[in-house]
Write a protein that binds this ligand. Structure first.
Ligand SMILES: Cc1cc2nc3c(=O)[nH]c(=O)nc-3n(C[C@H](O)[C@H](O)[C@H](O)COP(=O)(O)OP(=O)(O)OC[C@H]3O[C@@H](n4cnc5c(N)ncnc54)[C@H](O)[C@@H]3O)c2cc1C
Length: 436
């Protein structure tokens, strides 16, 4: 198997909106380094940055199979959350879990903000919080549970009725919702590019450099198509693709999501919406649509998720999914039915059966973080940073919070893995109704 068919990609996504850039050279030859990080998404970038700061005299080699921005970190909906929504009802005996996960989210959001400011990363950062909304009966029930949770945790929020939501978002679809004040919207591909371009000098990033295998022993031996690398310590930040390197098989799977962007809206079209300049909507139904009005005046809607063998969708499949995006868009914005979609995109998110994330040591000198179930921008940044400290032998409250992640729930072997993964993803859509 070649690296290119093992790590397929396509051009669709937020990177299409950005100027062209020159990729860092692919790794060739033999190398001996103290640290390797595999994967240049938010987890790997945060980890490499922290390792470089902690070990200024050592080289950190960051290996990315594709181009920066082509992985999930550059293909998501761009919500950096501080407050997680836990589907399935508020459980008072879970308060400590809720608090722990929100502390991790907040740590990641703070780290991201600091990096965006320190390096003047132009990624449309907008820290105005999010709207969590419900259009259908099932998600309306979820709404009252979410309010109980926000109140119990004393999280700043504003409940909104249909009319108030309409005034903010320009759509009359939602029955109820709540604005949670913490959280940032951003352009994900710009963010990861900016993070990659501002890495400390002792990080060497190589793109188009897939690790194809890891040998046992010390030092560890990494096999690439054109290179061999020996390293003392290794961080695996490959998200749902960890199984390709032999980690978390049957615990971390990929769910394929898709969405579309409109063209840029005209002044008249925006005025007709009569809404906030920029906003983001997260559905209170786990299978509901994520919708945004972006700073550059596009509406972006993502409303499909499926088990597709952890692969991106083909052009043909994307065209088919776009009919679902269109239906979701038209029912929200009937006044914009004439507005065309400029393109559709897909991405794969790493999910576990029990919604946990993975953090810690996998085997001697190999560490891993990943699997954030759709909220990896802030959490992945926190996990990646904490993992650098953990692998360096440190202790910290953030490391303790990450280490307290529940163990993953097992998904049975093939062919049942596919059935289990299919059912895991499908269960998120049960009763989605109008929220899609
Ligand atoms: C459509 C969509 C919408 C989403 N919306 C949101 C959202 O709004 N907010 C949010 O917080 N999260 C969202 N997510 C989830 C979020 O994108 C991920 O949780 C996050 O990007 C994970 O970051 P990561 O660095 O762990 O993994 P990734 O971004 O997947 O990075 C892993 C990197 O490792 C590389 N890699 C894999 N294997 C190898 C190898 N063998 N050798 C070298 N490199 C390798 C990959 O190419 C990839 O670039 C969404 C995901 C999708 C798909």
């Amino acid at each position: 198997m070649t690296s290119s068919n093992m790590f397929s990609t396509d051009r669709h996504g937020w990177t299409e909106l950005l100027p062209k850039r020159s990729a860092k050279p692919c790794l060739s030859g033999s190398h001996r380094v103290p640290w390797v990080v595999i994967g240049a998404g938010v987890t790997g970038l945060a980890c490499a940055r922290r390792l470089a700061e902690r070990h200024p005299d050592q080289e950190i080699l960051l290996l990315e199979a594709r181009l920066v921005g082509q992985g999930s970190s550059g293909r998501n909906s761009g919500f950096a959350v501080a407050v997680s929504h836990f589907a399935g009802g508020f459980e008072p005996d879970q308060m400590e879990v809720y608090r722990r996960i929100n502390r991790i989210n907040q740590a990641g959001l703070d780290l991201l903000r600091a990096q965006v400011l320190a390096h003047a990363i132009d990624c449309q950062w907008h820290e105005g919080g999010f709207h969590h909304t419900a259009a259908d009966r099932q998600s309306s029930q979820e709404y009252s549970q979410f309010l109980r949770y926000l109140e119990a945790l004393e999280i700043a929020h504003t409940p909104l009725d249909r009319q108030e939501l309409n005034q903010r978002l320009g759509t009359g679809l939602y029955d109820v919702g709540v604005h949670v004040k913490k959280g940032a919207l951003l352009q994900p591909a710009s963010l990861v590019r900016g993070l990659a371009e501002s890495l400390p000098d002792n990080v060497r990033l190589a793109e188009n450099s897939a690790v194809l295998g890891i040998g046992k022993g010390a030092p560890l031996n990494l096999h690439l198509a054109n290179s061999e690398v020996r390293t003392d310590k290794l961080v695996v930040a490959t998200n749902y693709e960890a199984s390709k390197l032999g980690f978390l098989r049957r615990y971390l799977i990929g769910s394929t999501l898709s969405g579309s962007f409109t063209r840029v809206l005209s002044n008249d079209e925006l005025a007709g919406l009569d809404c906030l300049n920029e906003w983001g909507v997260l559905s209170l139904h786990s299978g509901g649509a994520t919708v945004r009005l972006t700073k550059d005046r596009r509406i972006c809607l993502r409303n499909t998720a499926e088990y597709h063998g952890a692969a991106l969708l083909s052009d043909t499949s994307l065209v088919q999914r776009q009919a679902i995006h269109r239906a979701g868009f038209d029912k929200r914005f009937p006044q914009l039915k004439h507005v065309s979609f400029e393109y559709a995109w897909s991405g794969v998110e790493g999910i576990s059966r029990n919604n946990t994330s993975f953090f810690g040591r996998q085997r001697d000198n190999i560490y891993l973080a990943g699997g954030y179930n759709g909220s990896g921008l802030s959490r992945g940044t926190a996990f990646g940073t904490a993992l650098a400290d953990f692998a360096s032998g440190d202790h910290s409250p953030l490391i303790d919070d990450c280490l307290a992640s529940a163990p993953g729930a097992w998904i049975p072997p093939r062919p049942f893995l596919d059935i289990g993964a299919f059912l895991t993803v499908r269960s998120r859509f049960k009763g989605v109704g109008l929220d899609r």
